[in-house]
Design a binder for this molecule. Structure first.
Ligand code: ATP
Ligand code: MG
Length: 141
């Protein structure tokens, strides 16, 4: 079973359902589970110079920390060794980078996120992760 799970979280309803699914799933894993919660923030334009650059980075990280706290709230007392990562996006690139470097054996994410386009089954980030992931991906609707 899974021992090294990555949860990608953007605060959306599908991501919340993904977090709830992880909370349930780890209870069925016989070995201790390391759970890595990943929040990516929007890439920062490279043309920004100081001092704007640092204040935009600080702002994005503060927002990501708020989103992370929401994930941890949903996870509650989930019996896992929970780690958190805040990375510059695009989200799919950040998720794939973590999965590669941390050797995750499962990625859990929502089918859609905070995007506004209606009618899509999968968002662009979940689609990209599904296309390139080095491990199984559980996509939660
Ligand atoms: P799009 O972004 O293409 O307009 P969308 O927002 O509906 O569409 P995605 O962004 O692909 O859909 O979101 C699908 C899932 O990807 C989310 O439920 C979440 O699990 C993960 N995800 C999206 N954005 C982030 C992010 N910034 N950080 C971490 N995970 C994310
Ligand atoms: Mg999105």
């Amino acid at each position: 079973m899974f021992q090294n799970v990555l949860l990608a979280f953007d605060g959306s309803e599908p991501a919340r359902r993904a977090a709830q699914m992880v909370a349930g799933l780890v209870r069925f894993c016989p070995s201790p589970v390391v759970l890595r919660v990943v929040v990516a923030y929007d890439p920062i334009p490279s043309y920004l110079g100081e001092p704007q650059l640092q204040s935009v980075i600080d702002e994005r990280i503060a927002e990501a920390e708020t989103v992370l706290r929401q994930a941890l709230d949903v996870l509650g007392e989930t019996p896992a060794d929970i780690h958190t990562e805040i990375l510059e996006g695009p989200a799919a690139d950040a998720i794939l980078r973590v999965a590669q470097t941390r050797g995750n054996d499962l990625i859990v994410m929502g089918s859609r996120g905070l995007g506004q386009i209606t009618g899509l089954l999968l968002g662009s980030q979940s689609q990209k992760v599904l296309n390139h992931a080095p491990c199984p991906v559980l996509v939660v609707r």
